[in-house]
Design a binder for this molecule. Structure first.
Ligand code: SPD
Length: 424
């Protein structure tokens, strides 16, 4: 033990793998494994993304701690490993981390902490300290963070990566969160969670379907998690749902981890196509669909063309004369320009009085308040013209958790700050 209470090694890891340095799950797992390799007893771990890119975390071990801070923009990580007692060799943890972070250069120094020849020892009456049999509980504290330019939203998860693959379009991940259940992430943004998916999916599906007198043919663009289709299948009048999802990986991740939504793809009324929704809409014949829904990711990435005038014009063309179009239209708190612009484009195509923005509370989306817009081709008004009794019965029959006949009306009531964004 070199005559000290503990060994503290301070490590500089240079020129590391940048992807790993950005990844809270990988970093936590490597730090835990480093502790295990050194034969330490893990008590708990806390890991977090911190602004704007890196990861910070600490693994508390019975013999002290391992801590890390990463700076992906410098490909650099600062690590300290402190071990007490003679049984743990901190250099084993060091070797492991150096390899896992692919550090090309390192520097490290060892400090002997609590040098015994400098420490007077006091009498300690051990019998007078109340005994505790409580065993330390191993707890992981790992967080997924959705980062927007000036604000972030964090959710704690188990630390296990249930799914992570990258397609030619995007990175698809699945976490198991403590509050919201399984959570589907695309390119670092929350798409849906087991606990609050019903709000989004009922809102985007039942509001248009129950505004329409008798929807039969429905086209859905995006929605590869299956949440929208699950809701649409509740409408008996719908004989065919064509769903066009560009990325097979979203379907794969959802089939594996969100079967309660994704199993609906196997229903015979569903025609699932893995292709580009923009091209599909462009090539679809005129006046084909009663309802078109767009359940896309946020602008940017493969959904970029989904927020364009051309795309909406084609949707207008392929809707039947009394057809309805509804999309997710971002948040009035984030991306406010995009939010206003989507509405302005729809106004130009469907006409001002035929566009009806509405809102729903989705706690895991940035700000918690999310926008949708319902556009009718023939001037149908979703609030005045909907069949209240039908909506009521439908709600009861399917034991819906969000939608009811009153919600149908109330979602269209907009606060003044939202009106200002849309009607200024
Ligand atoms: N910022 C989140 C926007 C996500 C919209 N689509 C989610 C897919 C859910 N089926």
């Amino acid at each position: 033990m070199n005559g000290s209470l503990g060994r503290h090694i301070l490590v500089e890891l240079y020129d590391c793998n940048e992807e790993v340095l950005r990844d809270v799950v990988d970093i936590e797992n490597y730090m835990l494994e480093a502790a295990k390799q050194a034969d330490a007893t893990i008590i708990n771990s806390t890991f977090h993304h911190f602004s704007p890119f890196g990861v910070s975390g600490v693994v508390v071990i019975q013999e002290s701690h391992l801590a890390i801070h990463t700076w992906p923009e410098y490909r650099y990580a600062a690590v300290d490993i402190y071990t007490c007692g003679s049984l743990i060799n901190p250099w084993i943890a060091f070797d492991f981390l150096k390899e896992k972070l692919s550090a090309k250069h390192v520097s490290a120094m060892e400090l002997l902490r609590g040098q015994l020849h400098l420490l007077p020892k006091f009498e300690y009456e051990i019998d007078k300290i109340p005994a505790t049999n409580a065993k330390p509980v191993y707890e992981r504290n790992v967080w997924f963070t959705e980062r927007n330019p000036n604000i972030a939203f964090s959710v704690r998860h188990t630390g296990e990566m249930l799914f992570r693959e990258t397609s030619q379009y995007q990175k698809v991940e699945m976490y198991d969160t403590l509050e919201y259940g399984k959570m589907l992430i695309i390119d670092g943004k929350v798409m849906t969670t087991e606990r609050d998916e019903f709000v989004y999916h009922e809102a985007i599906s039942h509001v248009p379907c129950l505004s329409h007198p008798k929807p039969e043919k429905v086209l859905v663009i995006g929605a590869g998690d299956g949440g929208v289709v699950t809701q649409l299948l509740k409408h008996e009048s719908i004989s065919k749902i064509t769903i066009v999802e560009i990325d097979e990986l979203v379907i794969k991740a959802s089939r594996l981890h969100l079967p309660q939504m994704a199993n609906s793809f196997d229903n015979p009324r569903v025609d699932l196509r893995v292709e580009d929704g923009i091209a599909f809409v462009k090539n679809a014949p005129n006046e084909t669909y009663d309802i078109v829904l767009v359940d896309s990711t946020d602008p940017g990435g493969p959904s970029e063309g989904i927020f364009t005038e051309d795309f909406y014009r084609n949707i207008h063309r392929i809707l039947k004369p009394n057809g309805i179009f509804t999309n997710q239209s971002e948040s009035p708190w984030y991306n406010t320009e995009v939010y206003s612009e989507i509405f302005a484009v729809m106004n130009r195509i469907f006409g001002k009085t035929n566009c009806h923005p509405y809102l729903a509370n989705i706690p895991t989306y940035p700000s918690g308040l999310w926008g949708f817009c319902l556009c009718s081709k023939n001037g149908l008004n979703p609030v005045k013209d909907f069949d209240v009794e039908k909506a009521k019965n439908f709600t009861l029959q399917h034991k819906l958790k969000f939608y009811n006949e009153e919600i149908h009306r109330s979602v269209f009531v907009l606060p003044n700050y939202v009106r200002e964004l849309l009607y200024k």
